[in-house]
Design a protein. Sequence first.
Length: 236
Amino acid sequence: MQIAPGLHLVDGMEKGIVHAYVWERPDGKLTLIDAGMPGDAPRILAFVQQLGPGRLDRIIVTHGDIDHMGGLAAIQAASGARVICHAVEKAVVEGRQRRVMGNSLLRRAYGRAFDFVTHIFLGYRPRTPVDELVLDKQMLVEGFQVIHVPGHTAGQIALYQPERGILLVADALNNRGRALGLPPAIATPHMDIAKDSIRKLAALKGVQLICFGHGAPITQNAAERLSAFAASLDKK
């Protein structure tokens, strides 16, 4: 589904758990932003194929959660695309470091359950080498600026296209039930930092479209809604 000229939301993702996006670059190539759950890889590859065979050559991973990089290995193997992530997130994306969970009382139990589901039930092992590392404020060939938004994970990034006001926020916040929300506490080790990241996004000028890892895009009054939510964080 095309959300804006050149920006597509991948249709048919598994159970609607998470979103992945495809960006059509001026050079005619495609960039995939996030890779969904392991079972989403065939759907993403089919979607990309519809846009044009052989066009996918870059995959940006916003952060190292299974629902954002679960299909990464299969998609990279099929396309030969370069894999890009924040420098801090590299070890997690490559599977050399465990993803740090939240600080709730259920943290240890959740961590064990998470490992069981991902490694045993889903048979998932992060193992895709990262080809390119990015940092905060870096401008990418896609025309997006990297916005480092830690808190949910240490190296999570958002992407901002200032000329057109397009903002992809990954899991820095979500849009569930038509209301903006914080990332889940059970999977966010530093909620105070996560709130600061939201305030950082709200300070961007000219936001017109916001795309989420979870929840429907906001196409109307995007900047106003983001600013109001950021302002409300002082009360949470």
